[in-house]
Design a protein around this ligand. Sequence first.
Ligand SMILES: [Zn+2]
Length: 204
Amino acid sequence: MQGYILNVTRVRDEDLIVSVLSQNTLHTLYRFYGARHSQINIGYKIDFEVEYQLQYLPKLRNILHLGSPWLKDLGKMQAWQSFIKILYAHLKEAEEIEGFYFQLLEDLNRRFTKQNPKRALIEGYVKLLDHEGRLQTRNRCFICEEKIDENPVLVRAFLPACQRCIDGFAIRKEALGSLYRYYDSQFLNEAEIEYLYSILLEGV
Ligand SMILES: [Zn+2]
């Protein structure tokens, strides 16, 4: 089956515990001598098999790294791994994983080839918040609960605040509306993208 490596923990000298997100499962798998194998890296898409064993973690077997055209682009790889770490922190306690998350990575993986990685990730982050019913599109300040008429200041999970409550960088509301409605970041300028990306890095 196919999956994305979301986390790698070294145990003993050369063994690894590897978390792999497949279509509907976040697997926790054991890999002997895994530290020697370059195809086990956070963010990599792999084809793999699971070998179940009694009373211990299942084993990660027959790994094949499925490369992407953008993998050698260091900036894209760093952005990708940052997002993967955020996603792992978000999903690691979940009991059931919907196919949405694997599909989100599939979509982002494809789009990374041509699109600016920060824009792609911001659009993906909004999609994720929307999917979880957490995207605040009503434009009401989460602190004073007043309607926000000017441009909003956003915090983690893109919660909006008015400029009286939080003194921060405001995002133009028209550009934000287009991002929320169409998952499209094209109307956001570079400063806005940098700012939204810095919020994204705080986590889901
Ligand atoms: Zn307020």
